[in-house]
Design a protein around this ligand. Structure first.
Ligand SMILES: Nc1ncnc2c1ncn2[C@@H]1O[C@H](COP(=O)(O)OP(=O)(O)O)[C@@H](O)[C@H]1O
Ligand SMILES: [Mg+2]
Length: 291
């Protein structure tokens, strides 16, 4: 009998509370996994706990918050390690090396006074010790990989378009060939055409590098484009998960059905049908959902 190999990343029973309000579960018992070479999309409306879940993987929760339960099992270098048990120094070695990250706002994550080439090179020097010509060559090949002319290495972030800055962020995040890429709404600030290009690029890189991807979005259109597996979050909890086909074609939970009913059709029209929240406890209507 062949043994079922461990997934690349497995979150087990993650719960997060504010330190000052320990009974307020911002993330409640969240479990899911990511396979190498596959994308798991975490989808849900704003405030549902998606970003906190991602930050907990990297040990980057703010000091006001506390992880009160859970494991983050990361399968690398032939062993499975619980990242929640690592000290700050060990986590720093994994971040930006084995696990890459990209966020929504490239302008706030890029340093305006350093060239993009320098910024792409930083993690290559820190984690892999690359210097001189080898470093230059690697930076050029990374820029090429994300579709930016290598001559742009000497440009500053404000000399690039929004889409190019996000490409630079992608180059930085994949520089050390991470096993896992965490992307938190990386295309939300971009216009639709550029968003489609960036999604295509991430999908290609995932396949080429056999990376696992944790992709966070509030947009089911993006899920349809990029997901292999889908986790639907609502108010800090997973209400449904499965393969993309299962969740998009045959949603089981009323919340998923309601969100999917809001996705514009091919002509960009939203159906007029209001969301039915009758399934919610005490019949509360969640704020922020387009009904
Ligand atoms: N530092 C914090 N202190 C208290 N509450 C927080 C803090 N950070 C986030 N939250 C709350 O946690 C919930 C989940 O946030 P988040 O994970 O950012 O949601 P999402 O990414 O799905 O929009 C939200 O209600 C948010 O207000
Ligand atoms: Mg978020």
């Amino acid at each position: 009998m062949t043994q079922n190999p461990s997934p690349l990343l497995e979150l087990q029973n993650i719960s997060i509370v504010p330190k000052k309000a320990a009974d307020r579960l911002l993330v409640n018992n969240v479990s899911f996994s990511i396979e190498a070479g596959k994308t798991t999309c975490v989808v849900g409306e704003s405030g549902s706990g998606k970003s906190l879940t991602a930050l907990s993987v990297m040990g980057l929760l703010s000091k006001q918050l506390q992880l009160i339960s859970g494991k983050v099992l990361f399968n690398h270098a032939g062993q499975v390690q619980d990242l929640t048990t690592l000290d700050a120094e060990s986590l720093r070695k994994i971040r930006g090396h084995k696990i890459g990250m990209i966020f929504q706002e490239p302008m706030t994550s890029l340093n305006p006074v350093l060239t993009v080439g320098y910024q792409i090179g930083e993690s290559l020097t820190t984690h892999l010790g690359l210097k001189g010509e080898r470093l230059k060559t690697k930076i050029a090949s990374l820029l090429e990989m994300v579709g930016i002319p290598p001559s742009r290495a000497n440009s500053y972030p404000d000399e690039l378009s929004g889409g190019q800055r996000q490409r630079v962020m992608i180059a930085m995040s994949i520089a050390c060939e991470p096993l896992l890429l965490i992307a938190d709404e990386p295309t939300t600030a971009l216009d639709v055409t550029v968003q489609a290009q960036i999604l295509k690029l991430l999908d290609e890189l995932k396949t080429r590098m056999n990376m696992g991807m944790l992709f966070i979005t509030h947009d089911f259109g993006v899920v349809a484009d990029i997901a292999d597996n889908v986790v639907v979050m609502f108010r800090g909890e997973i209400v449904e998960s499965g393969t993309k086909t299962q969740v998009l074609n045959n949603p089981q939970h009323p919340y998923t059905q309601a969100l999917l009913a809001c996705v514009p059709d091919a002509e960009g029209k939203k159906p007029l049908k209001p969301i039915d929240y009758a399934w919610l406890p005490e019949n509360q209507t969640p704020a922020g959902v387009i009904a």
